[in-house]
Design a protein around this ligand. Sequence first.
Ligand SMILES: C[C@H](N)C(=O)N[C@@H](Cc1c[nH]cn1)C(=O)O
Ligand SMILES: [Zn+2]
Ligand SMILES: [Zn+2]
Length: 470
Amino acid sequence: MKHHRYRDVESSYEHYKNVLAEAVAIQSVSADPGRRNETIRMVHWMKDYLTKFGVESKLVDLGDQLLEGNQVPLPPVLFGTLGHDKSKKTLLVYGHLDVQPAEKSDGWNTEPFVLTEKDGKLFGRGSSDDKGPVLCWAHAIEMMQKHKVDIPVNIKFCFEAMEESGSVGLEELLTKEKDGFLQDVDFCCISDSYWLGTTKPCLTFGLRGICSFQVEVTGIAQDLHSGVYGGVVHEPLADLFWVMSQLTDVNGNILVPGIYDDVAPMTDEERKSYETIDFDVTEFRDSVGAKRLPIEDKNKLLQRRWREPSLAVHGVEGAFYGKGEKTVIPSKVIGKFSIRIVPNMKPEKVNSLVISYLNDVWKKRGSPNTFNPQPGHGALPWVANVQDPNFQAGARAMKHVHNVEPDLIREGCSIPITLTFQDLTGKNVLLLPLGASDDMAHSQNEKNNKRNYVEGVKTLLAYILELKHA
Ligand SMILES: C[C@H](N)C(=O)N[C@@H](Cc1c[nH]cn1)C(=O)O
Ligand SMILES: [Zn+2]
Ligand SMILES: [Zn+2]
């Protein structure tokens, strides 16, 4: 790798930061119907940005979605193409332009949609998940063009803006494009995840899937004064808490009968692979501010994150959550939780086990209220072949930039469309994470380190060039 290009990447930091600031300022929260126009605007913004580098893009309309009883337009999917050289192989890049919700009042130290630099960190929603990494691709291409480097592959881009809300419509579109846009793809790459720690680079070869659930309890016509009606009505929120408290034990074991039955057994080879992975449990525990973890043995903790299901309770719609006191009995509450699933679990079976367990628990409650548990969006888990030349190119790129062999890791999160790319193209998908473990994606004060952003551009540049030998 030519060092002057890397120096140029470093000296372009202010420009990269300004571009990221523009992207972060667009409030593309896919879960919020009120911000759907912003989410759509984000896709248009990205199309315009890629056009500057000669990427030929089109926006594919996905129609409408029924959200909270209203028809809401889905954001289009951006398909971009750079290069049509039949003598070259083709790389397909996927990323997402939508973000998780964020409000300053959630506990952010800065405005979530105003990119703010402090102590070498760029704070802002989407700075790491996934606007920063998506822009690293654009910056890498810009740099190669500036230095008149022959790009050794044709590049196709698929950028969506519904990833954080189940990638609605994308799988159907890609299935239709199997012999169209996806034809002739040789490698796939996604930068939408995180290193295991804060200093050592990683390549990711596994993702958990997800099954999400909503449990609605209703019983009274409207919210009631708890002094007037307390003790003389069956409270929907008390019912819901009682049911939700029976989903896991204190150490996070899931109490749904049969839920662990299909978890793939561990081979000796896999067990050994955990030995060499760099991971400091104390640092991890401190980084999340926990007093104690349910598992403090390094290998067992990683196994639980990567190859075992877990259940997380996310929240309750309809319950009072503001500051101070409100002596009210809510009339309708919806509990939200999800289960991360692993090979060889299937969403349909998980949904049926969970719904029938919820109904059994409900019967024991004996409440006259109405109980309606429903499965939400789902995604399958994914594991890749790390011997593929695509992974080797990724490893060489990481080594160029960081001077160290990356760890091969799995990820506890989900990127629902990954398996679809692998199945439809028949090609290897590499997850090339650029973010640090403490980026706080989905949380308050999400950030991307200045160092990771700049080195991310170098890594993608190096990876594209390494594909010449793949
Ligand atoms: C890993 C990726 N950056 C991510 O955050 N994925 C989300 C996908 C998702 C699924 N349901 C809602 N969002 C995640 O793992 O939560
Ligand atoms: Zn995310
Ligand atoms: Zn993401």
